[in-house]
Design a protein around this ligand. Structure first.
Ligand SMILES: NC(=O)c1ccc[n+]([C@@H]2O[C@H](COP(=O)([O-])OP(=O)(O)OC[C@H]3O[C@@H](n4cnc5c(N)ncnc54)[C@H](OP(=O)(O)O)[C@@H]3O)[C@@H](O)[C@H]2O)c1
Length: 284
């Protein structure tokens, strides 16, 4: 049986849907049943239910807020993940830990390989790296899956923000010097479900195919949504945020290829399917 943490988040929600579609048995604890700020809260549900696989999607994900809530972010993503990994070891479960491009420093212009130097530039990245280190140290049967720029139906994300801004604005400034890959949770969920059925442990990068800047991402959203919004690309310097972001978030998919897993579809195709999903949800 599979246990999913963070089922009310963007990724957990679509992962549950994917497993249901595949007829896979899974359990998904509520926040009361699995809470990552205490050891007992993080471990007890897993120890009691003894799943054979834990897909750990829950995390502290507020990147800017993490700068002022450092202790909470490090606890949830660092210690919380450590406790989940320890519980997995105790019940002999495999674990899939979802991590992030933000563990890298963002230098250069080429895609990061899985073993490139980790040099997070913000608290959130440091906290997720602590989680990676704990999983690696504690559990042999683990997957680390780094993803980036996530969007899904159940939560807030860049696409929803752009569509909301388009209701009142016809011109927007969007950062054009951070390059990465958007990731649709529906596509990532399929890969995670595939992985969970294997013993091909290791570290992987998983985002939709292709690279873009946030400004290019925004233009594609408006084009596909049929909205006349002009996007002016601006440098990060002109859009200060509490947390620094890496300029280069390109992720190499070499390890996915080598293990024989399917890459995710192109990001523009993912945006298209997501807009259909949003419109369908709105119509109901
Ligand atoms: N979003 C991105 O752009 C992005 C990029 C790279 C990697 N990732 C990683 O991908 C994974 C999924 O991200 P997502 O966008 O689906 O995240 P999300 O929508 O923010 O969902 C995170 C989930 O974790 C739960 N959670 C937060 N604090 C918790 C705690 N102390 N104890 C138990 N549960 C807690 C949240 O519950 P509440 O809502 O009730 O707080 C929520 O259900 C995360 O590991 C994230 O670090 C995300």
């Amino acid at each position: 049986m599979i246990l999913i943490t963070g089922i009310l988040g963007q990724l957990g929600f679509d992962l549950a849907k994917e497993l249901k579609k595949r007829g896979k048995e899974f359990i998904a604890p509520s926040l009361e049943e699995l809470e990552l700020t205490t050891e007992a809260g993080a471990k007890n549900f897993i120890l009691e239910k003894k799943p054979d696989t834990v897909i750990h999607c829950a995390a502290y994900t507020a990147v800017d807020k993490a700068e002022s809530e450092q202790e909470l972010a490090l606890t949830v993503n660092g210690f919380g993940t450590r406790w989940v990994a320890e519980a997995c070891r105790e019940v002999d479960a495999k674990m899939i830990y979802i991590s992030t491009d933000y563990v890298f420093g963002g230098d250069g212009h080429t895609p990061y390989e899985i073993n490139d130097e980790k040099k997070p530039v913000n608290v959130y990245g440091r906290s997720k790296l602590l989680g990676e280190d704990a999983v690696t140290a504690i559990l042999e049967k683990h997957f680390i899956v780094r993803t980036s720029w996530v969007f899904g139906i159940n939560g807030n994300n860049f696409i929803k923000t752009m569509l909301r801004l388009a209701e009142t604005r016809n011109k927007l400034n969007v950062v054009n010097d951070q390059i990465g890959s958007p990731t649709y949770t529906v596509d990532l969920a399929k890969l995670l479900a595939d992985m969970a059925a294997t013993e091909k442990y290791g570290t992987y990068h998983a985002s939709n195919e292709g690279f873009c800047s946030w400004a290019e991402f925004a233009r594609e959203i408006f084009k596909q949504a049929g909205l006349e919004v002009e996007v002016d690309g601006i440098p990060t310097l002109e859009y200060p945020t509490p947390a620094r972001r890496p300029f280069n978030s390109r992720l190499s998919k070499k390890s996915l290829d080598e293990a024989g897993f399917n890459r995710l579809p192109e990001w523009q195709d993912a945006v298209k399917r997501y807009l259909v999903e949003l419109n369908t949800a709105k119509a109901h």
